[in-house]
Design a protein around this ligand. Structure first.
Ligand code: NAP
Length: 250
């Protein structure tokens, strides 16, 4: 299969869950810039998904969006095979869809605990399992979106941190269980400034001051890390790459 330095993913395909907006959109665009045909899934953000598909096609690749709720087994078992059929093959699965929530430990309800694990941990399990045969056939790659919160214990996010720590472990377990056909890695973003006007500017400024690189990260930097694993030697597997400007170094 022909590849080149400018479009190393030419003739390859990628599926990005939750790819309509924010980090997922940046990841999808970066993979398209590398030449991959891209499918994205959305849950609520259909309008954003349409706009992202438009931006993907403007990069000269085939692209489409389809609805998938990663917390629903029925939805995953129908949407993921449909995406693979339309893509004709699947080389790269990016488990990006997830949720974040701030709740103090005494206040976390069982429903909140289960909901975070359903999207952040069970979702990647279900999607990966559903795509498994095709990824094996293509000697493909799985790239999970973990979190600095899966490494550092954030006291105000017990369920979120636990769900991402579990995803980090799932990454390592699957790297062994799915070898030698599939490489499984994880990008763990730190503080990423998405230029969201509703974000707490003081909080972001404080976090930047604490970070060795003296700033927060960008969505493009997370997308570049995902592209690294999408194009890296297949021998690299089971790795959790923290992209945090050194914040986790203490
Ligand atoms: N942003 C950060 O600073 C940061 C830091 C650390 C880790 N991360 C991780 O990086 C990934 C992307 O971050 P983000 O901030 O862009 O995430 P986000 O905006 O919170 O969520 C990304 C997408 O996930 C989709 N999603 C949520 N629940 C879903 C479900 N049940 N089924 C299907 N899709 C679902 C949503 O799709 P719809 O909009 O279509 O509903 C949403 O657009 C996440 O896994 C996140 O935990 C992000």
């Amino acid at each position: 299969m022909a590849t080149n330095a400018i479009r190393p993913l030419a003739n390859r395909t990628a599926l990005v869950t939750g790819g309509a907006r924010r980090l997922g959109r940046a990841i999808a665009l970066n993979l398209a810039d590398a030449g991959a045909n891209v499918a994205i899934t959305f849950r609520d953000s259909e309008r954003d998904a349409v706009s992202t598909v438009h931006a993907l096609r403007n990069r000269g690749v085939a692209a489409f969006a389809l609805h998938c709720d990663v917390t629903s087994e029925a939805s995953v078992r129908s949407a993921i095979p449909a995406a693979i059929r339309e893509l004709r093959r699947l080389d790269i699965l990016v488990n990006n869809a997830g949720n974040y929530e701030t709740v103090q430990f005494p206040d976390i309800t069982v429903a909140q605990w289960d909901a975070i694990f359903a999207s952040n941990t069970r979702g990647p399990f279900l999607v990966t399992q559903t795509a498994l045969a095709e990824l094996k056939r293509r000697k493909g790659r799985v790239i999970n979106l973990g979190s600095l919160g899966g490494i550092l214990p954030w006291a105000s996010h017990p369920h979120y941190c636990s769900s991402k720590a579990a995803l980090h472990m799932l990454t390592k377990v699957l790297a062994k269980a799915l070898a030698p056909e599939i490489a499984v890695n994880c990008v763990a973003p730190g503080m990423i400034d998405l230029a969201d006007r509703s974000a707490d500017a003081d909080f972001f400024a404080r976090m930047a001051a604490k970070t060795p690189m003296l700033r927060n990260g960008t969505k493009e930097e997370i997308a570049a890390a995902v592209r690294f694993f999408a194009t890296a030697p297949h021998f690299i597997t089971g790795q959790i790459m923290t992209v945090d400007g050194g914040l986790s170094l203490g």
